[in-house]
Design a protein around this ligand. Structure first.
Ligand SMILES: Nc1ncnc2c1ncn2[C@@H]1O[C@H](COP(=O)(O)OP(=O)(O)OP(=O)(O)O)[C@@H](O)[C@H]1O
Length: 266
């Protein structure tokens, strides 16, 4: 099987500051201020070409951080990340320039992906049509609603024919009709053997669309395997988690952070 994504021991460390003064002082004397926070700790997983992998996990478990690292938007602190081919990330805030119009954003993104001016001219009408933005395509993106931004991001990404497509919650803000159209396009990609990563809190979408599930918990891999194996376990966990009191959730988190510390010390 050809590998499409190889993630080996990836860690992402952020610094958390108590106030702006600390943040500024840390720029002058690095390492003196702020507390280390690990959004990802030694995450490893592989996906084959054509796999459709869903990332699940409660809020803050590291799904977007890992998606952004795979897309090359956020650098990893340590570990190795290999992605074969061109990646397209579709997220609610996926690098659109707010001051530029929708049309200028299309051009900019396509240029960044290496398309020539002539190729962009050919692609542009189909991107605009897919986005259904009408006259708004010539308005600055800052005037768009989050659903409109998501439409534009989606329309660009799916029409530039990437090898690896990452969809991070982008379908949660659009309307139902656009989401359905987007799913059709994603199914077409699936049939054509594209590798896809799908981040969503909707268990049904995961069930219908993904083949494998990566379950993240406080920045660590809890489980990775087939949808049939992992999703029922995750659903059971969610039921239990929802019933936990605030104190129980805090204790659960604390226990996870202790495990994280142990992993990081190895
Ligand atoms: N730039 C940053 N600086 C500090 N901490 C960050 C930064 N970006 C993300 N984090 C933290 O990293 C952790 C993982 O965040 P991430 O957005 O990857 O989680 P998620 O699983 O996608 O969450 P959600 O389901 O809420 O979208 C969170 O605790 C978040 O606060």
């Amino acid at each position: 099987m050809d590998k499409a994504i190889l993630i080996n021991n990836v860690t992402k460390k952020y610094k958390l500051y108590n106030n702006t003064k600390e943040r500024l002082l840390d720029l002058i004397t690095p390492k003196s201020y702020g507390e280390d926070f690990y959004a990802l700790s030694n995450v490893s997983f592989e996906a084959n070409k054509g796999d459709v992998v869903g990332f699940v996990g409660i809020n803050g478990s590291g799904k977007s951080t890992l998606s952004n690292i795979i897309a090359g938007i956020v650098p990893e602190t340590s570990g190795s990340v290999k992605v074969m081919g061109q990646t397209a990330l579709i997220a609610i805030a996926s690098g659109l320039k707010e001051e530029l119009t929708g049309r200028d954003n299309i051009e900019m993104k396509c240029l960044m992906l290496g398309f020539s001016k002539n190729e962009i001219k050919e692609l542009e009408p189909q991107i605009i049509e897919f986005s259904e933005l009408g006259k708004f395509i010539d308005q600055p993106v800052k005037s768009y609603s989050s659903g409109m931004k998501s439409r534009l991001g989606f329309a660009i990404s799916v029409n530039v024919n990437p090898d690896v497509i990452i969809i991070d919650e982008a379908l949660s803000v659009g309307d139902k009709a656009f989401a359905e159209k987007s799913f059709e396009k994603m199914n077409e990609f699936k049939k054509n053997g594209k590798t896809m990563i799908f981040v969503s809190h909707s268990i049904n979408q995961m069930k219908n669309f993904c083949e494998k599930i990566l379950w993240l918990e406080y920045g660590m891999v809890r489980e990775y395997g087939s949808v049939e194996e992992i999703l029922p376990k995750y659903e059971m966990f969610l039921k239990k988690y929802k019933k936990m009191t605030k104190v129980e959730r805090e204790a659960y988190k604390q226990e996870a952070y202790e495990r994280q510390q142990a992993i990081l010390e190895i």
